[in-house]
Design a protein around this ligand. Sequence first.
Ligand SMILES: Cc1ncc(COP(=O)(O)O)c(C=O)c1O
Length: 425
Amino acid sequence: MSDWRENDRKAVWHPFTAVKEDTVNVPIVRGEGAWLIGADGKRYLDAISSWWVNLHGHSHPYVAKRVAEQVQKLEHVMFAGFTHEPAVELATRLLEHMPEQFTKVFYSDNGSTAVEVALKMAFQYWFNQGAPRKKVIALEDAYHGDTFGAMAVGGRGVFSKPFDPFLFEVEFIPTPVVGKESEALDRLSQIIEKEEVASLIYEPLVQGTAGMQVYSPEVLDKMISMCREKGIIIIADEVMTAFGRTGTLFAMDQCEEKPDLIALSKGITGGFLPMGVTVCTEEMHNSFWSDDEAGKMKTFLHGHSYTANPLACAAACASLDLMEKDETWENIQRIEAQHSEFAKEATEISGVAAVRHKGTILAIEYETGAQTGYFNSLRDRLYDFFLERGIILRPLGNIIYIIPPYCITEEELNSVYQAIREFKL
Ligand SMILES: Cc1ncc(COP(=O)(O)O)c(C=O)c1O
């Protein structure tokens, strides 16, 4: 068999990657702390936590040990009709970190499925009441995943174009960033006054894929309370924002108004194994309840083969142990302070159009003239510039962002800022 690196080109189709002659996928053989180590020995600083999943560093010894222990005991069992301790421990502990109205955890296996489950629960909530509702409200430029339901509630553009005819209808309102709050609230009010809406879905406080668009807890509170008055089911997609990313355990912790359903994934296992979680309130869960034969129709008939995989649950429990340590929160606060300091400087860098910062997330948007969008040519220049310097930043068009693992040191983070200073538009 020839070298596995050559076979990658022959046998593997990579995500979000153009199918063409000169595509190069960097072979990685090891990870430690904030670093990934290439097959040629080159070290890469993972400044975006491998698509925002890694919280505590790569191959963290404690999480690895807990997963290794679990794998010796039970690797998997189907989750309908059976249960196991890691799933129960994780659900119980997640709920302990949430307000008391949240009482049930439904497992799936990635961020898109966590969102699909939330959308389906919201639609079936209305169906089970005998008063089905169809309309969903989402935010412009939202990203909730790549499966059909998740795509439908995401902003329409190059990613969705081939599939647009198959997506259900959604009302999009402006993301309520500074300067757009009233427009967003007015639009929301018009829609909910005019028609019956099933659910509202949003990425709380930071819209990730839209380029880390930040908006305030106050405006989100207003949106939620307007929808509450109409009984609309509120879905918070915390797939990216949870587990300390915005400076609190969940972004919703910064809001007065809470959702009915919460989608979690990405950081939940510390970046070790795929897992999706949809958390729901007692009231939501009760709407699926029935003891009689006819009531079986109220059942939530949804599940995945790897639902509540014990290894993923063990990794998530271990990651939660680390999240509960003071040291992790000291690191989160340090990253937040470093970002805040650099954000002031970055606004002065030539060619920088905007800087956005929330918690451990920092985004820098470059001027592009007429060219905008994901396929902006600047994107490739930025990507290559940082990769050559051993820093992984995967730009969203003309926007770079840093979302590091919490174990990144002060010096390592400073080295990313230094590279940003050196990039010339
Ligand atoms: C807010 C949000 N929701 C859902 C998803 C989809 O998650 P996954 O890629 O695990 O399907 C993402 C992924 O980036 C996301 O950022």
